[in-house]
Design a protein around this ligand. Structure first.
Ligand code: GDP
Length: 294
């Protein structure tokens, strides 16, 4: 089966219905990932993983009719960002007359060279003749791949929209692991991988005392490298020594083994900052268990 994947920007005037559309698109299957993958300059808003495709929805800096040079400069940034995604969805409100703001965005989209699906949303707010008229107006705004209609309120039109979006994506593997679309946050998935490596290196008695918490996943100082800061918790000072190892050897090895896994998980190079902390008796303390994700 062919697998497709890529980045999709949702653009449109404020209030056009973008957020509602996104919420419907990713349904309950979303985990909002606040960190940017290195492959894009956009913040990820939501991920839709299907058996044969993964769509990563991203934010674009706002496109507005420029009032001055700064406005024009910001629009240049937005246009550049648009040319970096695989597809854009141009969101229009079915119940609001198309205005200069929409036309401005339409021109920017048309000039970015990215394929655009135009979506007339809030279809539930108007009667069919008016919806058809709005679709005609939408068609006249630019060279869209297609013009579709949706209602986020009634959840209609989404199957066709998703089909059209997938058809427009390039072939490629998923950018995010399937757990990114379950309820498991990325940090927890990362912690689990580190713990697995730590356990593999330790003898009998220590493992039950090891918990891993990923404190932060952030963009590092080097472009394309993400910083993962994690704490490995043990119960006793003596275990801390075992985990760190002679001259820090064991801890270093845990990091060396975990890093490739984390890179696969996050889809970017990783700088892993690991530290060992003692949390006395943590397996018997409710508050600790909660913090450690048990
Ligand atoms: P955004 O600013 O483009 O993200 O727009 P929002 O998604 O926040 O929507 C703006 C307003 O329109 C909100 O009050 C939504 O509840 C409403 N809205 C969005 N989509 C629909 C829809 O399909 N039908 C109806 N009736 N209202 C909608």
């Amino acid at each position: 089966m062919t697998h497709r994947s890529g980045f999709v920007a949702l653009v449109g005037r404020p209030n056009a219905g973008k957020s509602s559309l996104l919420n419907r698109l990713v349904d309950a299957k979303v985990a909002i990932v606040s960190d940017k993958p290195s492959t894009t300059r956009h913040a990820v808003r939501g991920i839709l993983t299907l058996p044969d495709a993964q769509i990563v929805f991203v934010d674009t800096p706002g496109l507005h009719k420029p009032a001055n040079a700064l406005g024009r400069r910001l629009n240049d940034v937005a246009r550049e960002a648009l040319s970096d995604v695989d597809e854009a969805v141009f969101v229009l409100d079915a119940a609001v007359r198309v205005g200069e703001g929409d036309r401005f965005i339409a021109r920017a989209l048309a000039s970015a060279g990215t394929p655009v699906l135009c979506v007339v949303t809030k279809a539930d707010l108007v009667l069919p003749p008016r919806l058809l008229a709005q679709i005609e107006v939408a068609r006249g705004l630019g060279p869209w791949v297609d013009v579709l209609t949706t209602s986020s309120l009634r959840a209609t039109g989404f199957r066709d929209l998703v089909t059209a979006l997938v058809a427009g994506l390039p072939e490629g593997p998923a950018y995010y692991p399937p757990e990114a679309v379950s309820d498991q946050p990325l940090a927890q998935a990362a912690a689990e991988r580190i713990r697995e490596k730590a356990l593999g290196l330790l003898s009998e008695e220590v493992p039950h005392s090891v918990a891993v918490v990923v404190d932060e996943i952030a963009d590092g100082d080097t472009p394309g490298v993400r910083l993962v800061s994690a704490s490995v918790y043990v119960e006793r000072e003596s275990q801390k020594g075992i985990l760190i190892g002679k001259g820090g050897r064991t801890l270093k090895e845990i990091g060396t083994l975990a890093r490739p896994d984390l890179e696969e998980l996050l889809g970017s190079k990783v700088f892993l900052d690991l530290r060992v902390r003692v949390s006395p008796n943590w397996p018997r303390r409710e508050d600790r268990l909660e913090r450690f994700g048990y």
